[in-house]
Ligand binder design. Structure first.
Ligand code: GLT
Ligand code: MN
Ligand code: MN
Ligand code: MN
Length: 386
């Protein structure tokens, strides 16, 4: 058991298993898996698909002929293995031209190029059969707020996404865009730093129905936030179009650790949320193997992400079927309000009923809620003794 299957919908970015272990202080330590190698390796491990930035596959300066050769070769590997490309994205952060942002750059030459590059990435994604287009604005931010008006930047961001939505419609691509927030790194501050901020921006777009979010565990944890809560809000809004699974120590630099390797409990509640609410999207790992690893370690890393998800899924089942836990939850969540005419919806009758309500404050205030016992039982499930 815990062997990944296509039905589990696990996907990996080409940049994840392709990562050669470079960091801002050190050189590469291994040869990352090249795109075609990644496809074969991941298919063998039971993944459903791979995802990519335009330039993970096609170099930024490739000629049309080179592009065709590369895409054909890649498609050959996909056909051979049955691996899918459910999501693509665009790099608006690697090239020096984007040093002060893409969509929000002060320079209109750069803003136009960012939109042009994104449109070309959409064309590539459509060719590969992708349905989701992720936008991570890694350089959309600032160090010097004197130099860039943040209100103007928000307007430009909106304008660019509106443009992309219209292009999507005009080409009948049917993409759903998923906006990925991150609080900082590589910029000192990145605009729209949290999933909640992205949800706020989406409601101001011309086609809000076409745009959702791609929350990443590490990014909310860098900001010291509860990822489970962020994803819950996105789910409630019908906006969880995609998800980036990995892990991260709270408040540190971007670590992109193997899923579940740091915050097991939070990972458990995330899996529980996704499973209980029947999330049907891809389970996408955006992480990379530690810099200590060789290529074999990269395979261990890829396996580990999927295996941990499946183990946690099994723990969720145990939690949901545990009689004692369920009885406790019933006790905690099964309280009754005896107030005829009041149903928490505003009406003439409910306001009347509410005005006459007299809570027994002392009794209710003194009741224990039993979260200690519930949390201990959860821990015992996680620790494998239940
Ligand atoms: C980059 C970033 C990720 C984003 C990717 C999509 S690229 O690795 O750190 O969080 O999801 O652009
Ligand atoms: Mn990500
Ligand atoms: Mn990250
Ligand atoms: Mn990241």
């Amino acid at each position: 058991s815990f062997i990944p299957k296509k039905e589990d919908r696990f996907t990996f970015g080409l940049w994840t298993v392709g990562n050669p272990g470079r960091d801002p202080f050190g050189l590469p330590v291994r040869e990352g898996f090249a795109p075609v190698e990644s496809v074969h390796m991941l298919a063998e491990l039971g993944a459903y698909g791979v995802t990519l930035h335009d330039n993970d596959l096609v170099p930024i300066d490739a000629t049309a002929a080179e592009r065709e050769r590369i895409v054909n070769e890649f498609r050959g590997a996909l056909n051979e293995t049955g691996l899918k490309v459910p999501m693509v994205t665009v790099s608006l952060f690697t090239d020096p031209v984007f040093k002060d942002g893409g969509f929000t750059s002060n320079d209109p030459r750069v803003r136009a190029y960012a939109i042009q590059k994104t449109i070309q990435a959409m064309d590539l994604g459509a060719e590969l059969g992708a349905q989701t287009f992720v936008l991570w604005g890694g350089r959309e931010g600032s160090e010097v707020d004197a130099g860039k008006d943040a209100v103007e930047a928000t307007k430009r961001y909106r304008e660019a996404i509106n443009f992309l939505c219209e292009y999507n419609i005009s080409q009948k691509y049917g993409f759903r865009f998923a906006l990925e927030a991150k609080p900082n790194e590589p910029r000192a501050d990145i605009y729209m730093p949290t999933t909640g901020a992205m949800l706020g921006l989406i409601s101001t777009l011309e086609h809000p129905e076409m745009v959702g979010v791609n929350p990443e565990v590490a990014h909310e944890r860098m900001a010291g936030l509860n990822f489970y809560h962020a994803v819950a809000q996105a789910l409630d809004a019908g906006k969880l179009f995609h998800i980036d699974l990995n892990d991260q120590k709270m408040g540190r630099f971007d670590q992109d650790l193997r899923f579940g390797s740091d915050g097991v409990k939070e990972a458990f509640f995330l899996v529980k949320l996704l499973e209980d609410y029947n999330y049907q999207g891809m389970l996408h790992f955006d992480a990379h193997a530690l810099r200590t690893e060789d290529r074999n370690g990269v395979i261990e890393f890829a396996k580990g992400n999927m295996r941990t998800y499946l183990i946690l899924k099994d723990k969720v089942k145990r939690f949901n079927e545990d009689k004692e836990i369920q009885a406790l939850l019933q006790e905690i969540n099964g309280k009754k309000l005896e107030l005829p005419g009041f149903d928490f919806k505003f009406s003439a009758e409910s306001i009347q009923a509410l005005k006459g309500y007299q809570i027994d404050r002392a009794t209710v205030g003194a009741e224990g809620i039993n979260y200690e016992r519930l949390d201990q039982l959860t821990m015992e499930i996680l620790l494998g003794v239940r």
